[in-house]
Design a protein. Sequence first.
Length: 443
Amino acid sequence: MSFRSPWTTHVETLRFEMLDPKYVREHEAEVRKALLDCKSKVDLSLYLDLERRRRDLMISADKRKARLNQASEEMSKLKKEGKDITEYRGKLSELSNEIKEMDGEIGAVEKDFRDIELQICNLPHESVPVGGEEANQEIRKVGEPKKFGFKPKPHEELGVALGILDFEKAAKVSGARFFSLWGLGAKLERALVNFMLDTNTQKGYQEMVVPHLVNYQSMEMSGQFPKFIEQAFAIERDNFYLIPTSEVSLANLHRGETFPVGSLPKKYASFTPCYRREAGSYGKDTKGLIRLHQFNKVEMFQFVEPEKSMAALEQLTGDAEDILRKLGLPYRVVALATGDKSFSSVKTYDLEVWLPSQNTYREISSCSNCTDFQARRGGIKFKREGGVKPEFVHTLNGSGLAVGRTWLAILENYQQADGSVVIPEVLRSYMGGLDVLKPFKPA
RNA sequence: GGAGAGAUGGCAGAGUGGUCGAAUGCGUCUGACUCGAAAUCAGAUUUACGAGCAAUCGUAACGGGGGUUCGAAUCCCUCUCUCUCCGCCA
């Protein structure tokens, strides 16, 4: 069973440059530095070389095509006049074959060019700190970590003791890095999902239900492929991929479309499970709900006008923060450095929630401005008032929030000495008025 | 899963091998008429890439890919999607 090659469906007629080749040509040094900052291994010289060759080939092929088109027209006239065209035909056959050969060559160069293009990350915004993970910048801390009069337990201990969390039985069903929630644990998960969606929709995000199985093009458009193909679960037989985040589905809803005047911004929120192979992370976060093959997430997504995207990132991040604030969970906002930001984004803020058992902050949301990166890959444009040419939209995404990690953060931050867990105020109406989770059996 | 029909510009809808980037209608925009509007009349109205300071010019595109041909929206193969009927099913 082999994968269908990408770009074979009817929607995929439009192919836009990932980066404007002219811009790259004229700002080579700048692009080189940006790629270096992102720890990109892309060979820009090869990119430029292929771009040059493609252009040269196209120019000479176009000249020949123009000649052939002219000749064809004359041929048509001659035939109408009833003249013999056999000799003429022979000559054109030669030219036609020559063109076919050149087109083949162009196709090959084009493919190499595109292969490289797809590996180029989005270039970081000027406000992004330069460097690797160590250069990440804490922007603000919100909420005081609670002082416990006892040694706070990790969530997996609390959850199992409460009889609401299990890994062993889930491992029997699937394997490592899967979990199951029982009773009030499952209800708490659902309460969180509902709370998050309600909070988001109140802010103008439209609630969505979207596919979890997507095709190659969707993964490529959002920037997952080709670079992170080994991180995706694949349904080979049917050429589907399981989404690692519903960002993929939301981003692709409008692939190949042009938004009419006045229809931006578009704001969506969707709840889906997320599936990740976590290849190469063996041994990391092996305990608990932190790193799993399947977890739930509420995702926010926006399509906006280019000049508004940086402000929208601040707003989107604020929307995610609001959920943490309402839940009373201490967190901090971190601006990711050039080498740590996501592939598709120019700037990413991570929200990190306080985990008492680990005595540290852990990622619970990631908010990114992808500018026109995804829009170019997916051909998504919009028309302005006074309508000149359609322009590429900017896209943003952010978790609002990762549900599993919120679930565990609540257990850890709201635990009491006896192993019970207080339900945050805002969730109680979603929990049928329940205010505290108590162990089934006294500990 | 089986049988059939279809995919053309913003929309509707012609076009079955040769000035077809594509008739016609609708929509939209501009101009004329009008005090203004409606109606009417005239004109304009796709996108991508390349060349050029620019006007402009060239090339490509009629769901995607491939083939036949000097020449393809039109013929052939293939894939995808949509619709109808049957079967199955939450």
